[in-house]
Design a protein. Structure first.
Length: 189
């Protein structure tokens, strides 16, 4: 079993990634109600590119066709102190040939936002992508007006690669800009 103590204190054992005040554990079917509730909250939904209602069937299909097949890896972000699930982290579109994947995160519990959990999780995800998945590139998409998330990603080592103007049309007819950000792992060429 992979176990490594990294510069951010990342420890992975039995699929769990321990990151100090939070840890990431593999998602299970039992997390479905939390995921649906979080993804359908206005606070989370407004920062997702896919903003349609999130359904039980859609989530179970994701688990079956993406997570179970290895095309995606998803974790539940939990507070270490009380084991409370507060969000999710995932790697999607894992491309083994080109050694890249897309990273995503959301803090689902409103009272867990703004505590630095997103930055800790992003740093852990970067280490996991580099050391476990052996990726060459980890990328993400973020709305350009989501400044808190952008700062968090930059602290974890992501660099802005592109600014896409009027990229996503919202339900109200307005458009939002999107940033593409990435981390390159030169050691995994």
């Amino acid at each position: 079993m992979y176990q490594k103590q990294g510069e951010e204190g990342m420890m992975q054992d039995k699929g769990w990634i321990r990151l100090g005040q939070i840890y990431l554990r593999p998602i299970t079917e039992a997390d479905t109600d939390n995921i649906i509730g979080w993804r359908n909250s206005e606070r989370v939904r407004r920062n997702f590119i896919y903003q349609e209602d999130f359904t039980r069937q859609g989530h179970q299909n994701w688990l079956k066709t993406k997570v179970a097949t290895g095309e995606a890896i998803q974790f539940i972000l939990c507070e270490t102190q009380d084991d409370r699930p507060v969000g999710s982290v995932y790697f999607r579109d894992i491309d083994e040939k080109n050694r890249k994947a897309e990273y995503g995160i959301f803090i689902g519990e409103a009272d867990a936002a703004g505590k630095g959990y997103g930055t800790l999780a992003a740093k852990g995800a970067v280490a996991y992508a580099r050391d476990v998945l052996k990726l060459h590139k980890l990328l993400l998409r973020v709305f350009a007006d989501n400044t808190a998330a952008i700062r968090s990603y930059e602290k974890a080592g992501f660099i802005r690669e592109a600014h896409l103007k009027d990229e996503i049309r919202q339900e109200d007819g307005t458009y939002r800009d999107l940033l593409l950000m990435a981390v390159l792992f030169e050691e995994n060429r």
